[in-house]
Each structure stands twice: as structure tokens, then as C-alpha cells.
Unconditional design. Structure first.
Length: 283
């Protein structure tokens, strides 16, 4: 009987973490306190300082500190995949907040009418990081967030169309401007991905974490370039018909913009952001 109990304990350890991913308590994936820290508050718009030019509007579910930091590191670096589901719930909340703001306008005329499912585009990890970790954290969380959005009535799908064009330096020791230079031109949309980006509903860049905003800025640049190329292929510059209609088409809130006018078809959502980036929400 003792051997059976030990066998069952070992089997349980393979299924459930031996401790909470945030604080280390008990035999649970995530204790109630850490779950509240991760997704208990309303997601907020966040903006790093300095804000990179071209950064789309970003919403985050939580501050990157304490238990939330521990959860993200456990998932990303230690491969505690049982944390994917609660991280997906948190990211889905940030996506909803971004879509609500993007659709807000002067009366009903300012709202975007989605023509298809919400398209979640994860910021890709470097290939060497994926090999080391054994998984791509942002893509995994994006898939969980899409499932959570569908479960709660919002049609959503993941388009993992971004790839690194060339290797970049490790960013852990780089400042904000150095990260922007390091990532400039590093991402691109895979062949044929531009048409997929143009054929759905609202487009949301997603990642697990935003610090300086350099990765989201580069990802947004790559998406804009791919969308522009795909639209040019469908509507050649020599063709005048429909040009004004394309200019006036539905657009979502874009970088560094306010008010009710819908300006760009890209926004972004992350699980967590640096605490300083939440300062824009203070009066």
C-alpha cells in the first residue's frame, strides 16, 4: 500500500505542479491569490516610456512583478505548461479590453463591425530560444487565449505568421533604444501570410510580456508591410476604382492616437507589462 501511495504521488507530480507557479504554495497550478494577481483586475492600456514610434495601442492584464513575474518565468523558462490555461485567460481579458477601446467611438457610428474572427498574431520567440525551452510561450498562450475567447462567445483564431528574418542579439542587457536597433527589420510575415491578415476581422498582436515595446513595434511594422503588400496585389496602384473606399474602410485604434476615430487595423495585448507602463492610467 505504501508503494502504491508513492507511485500515485509521483504520477500526480507529472500532472500537477508540486507548488503554485506564483508563490510556491501547496499542490496546485495556481493558488487563488496568485490567480487574482494575474487576472483579477481589469486590463489597462499601457505605454512604455519612452514610447517607440509605431507602437500599436497595447493593453495588459497585470503588472510584471512579484507573483505575476514568477508565473511567467515558470511557464517560459521552466516549462510549467499547466500554467498555460490561466495565462490564456489573462491574455483573453487584455484582448477584450483592446477591442472595446478600438470599437469605442462617437455613438454607434464609431464602432467597428467585425467581418470575421478576431485574429491573434503571436510575437515569435527566437528559434534558438524555442529549441532551448522546448516550446514557444507566446504562441502557446495565444492558442489558450483564442480558446477562452471562443468559449465566452468571441470568434477568434491564431495566425502564427511572423518569423525572424535573421538572428538578433540577446536583449536582456539592452536598453530601449538598443532593443529597437537590434530588432529593426528582424521580423517578416511568411509568404502568403499577408492575404490571411487581410481576410479576417480585428488584428491583435499578442505576447506574454511587454517591457520597452520594441518587439511589438517591430512585429507591427512587419504586419503593416505585409498587409500593404497584399492589398497592393489585389488593388494595383494604377486602378482608380475603389481607392477611396479602401481609404475609408474600417480601421481600429492605432499608435499614439486617441479620440473616437478608428485609425488602424492593429492593436496589441499582453499578459503583463512593466509597472512603469501603467502610469498613463493615473490622473
Amino acid at each position: 500500500m505504501r508503494g502504491l501511495r508513492e507511485w500515485w504521488r509521483d504520477l500526480t507530480d507529472l500532472v500537477l505542479p508540486a507548488e503554485c507557479g506564483g508563490c510556491g504554495r501547496g499542490r496546485t497550478v495556481l493558488c487563488p491569490r496568485c490567480r487574482t494577481a494575474l487576472s483579477g483586475a481589469a486590463p489597462c492600456r499601457v505605454r512604455p516610456v519612452p514610447e517607440p514610434p509605431g507602437l500599436p495601442v497595447v493593453h495588459a492584464a497585470a503588472r510584471y512583478a512579484d507573483e505575476v513575474r514568477a508565473v511567467l518565468l515558470a511557464h517560459k523558462e521552466r516549462g510549467v505548461l499547466a500554467l498555460t490555461a490561466p495565462l490564456g485567460v489573462a491574455l483573453a481579458g487584455a484582448v477584450r479590453a483592446g477591442l472595446r477601446e478600438a470599437r469605442r467611438g462617437p455613438g454607434d457610428a464609431g464602432a467597428v463591425r467585425a467581418r470575421g474572427p478576431v485574429l491573434l498574431v503571436p510575437v515569435p520567440s527566437a528559434p534558438r530560444a524555442v529549441r532551448t525551452r522546448g516550446h514557444d510561450p507566446a504562441r502557446r498562450i495565444a492558442l489558450a487565449a483564442a480558446g477562452e475567447l471562443r468559449r465566452t462567445g468571441t470568434s477568434a483564431r491564431v495566425l502564427a505568421v511572423l518569423r525572424q528574418r535573421h538572428a538578433v542579439a540577446d536583449q536582456s542587457e539592452l536598453g530601449a533604444r538598443q532593443r529597437l536597433r537590434n530588432l529593426a527589420g528582424a521580423l517578416a510575415v511568411v509568404p502568403g501570410g499577408g492575404r490571411l491578415l487581410c481576410g479576417g476581422g480585428p488584428l491583435v498582436l499578442v505576447d506574454d510580456l511587454m517591457t520597452t515595446g520594441a518587439s511589438l513595434t517591430e512585429a507591427a511594422r512587419a504586419l503593416r508591410a505585409a498587409r500593404a503588400g497584399a492589398k497592393s496585389a489585389v488593388y494595383p496602384s494604377s486602378a482608380g476604382e475603389g481607392r477611396e473606399e479602401r481609404k475609408a474602410g474600417p480601421r481600429m485604434a492605432g499608435p499614439n492616437e486617441g479620440g473616437g476615430v478608428i485609425r488602424e487595423a492593429i492593436c496589441a495585448a499582453v499578459v503583463a507589462a512593466s509597472p512603469d507602463s501603467f502610469e498613463i492610467n493615473r490622473n
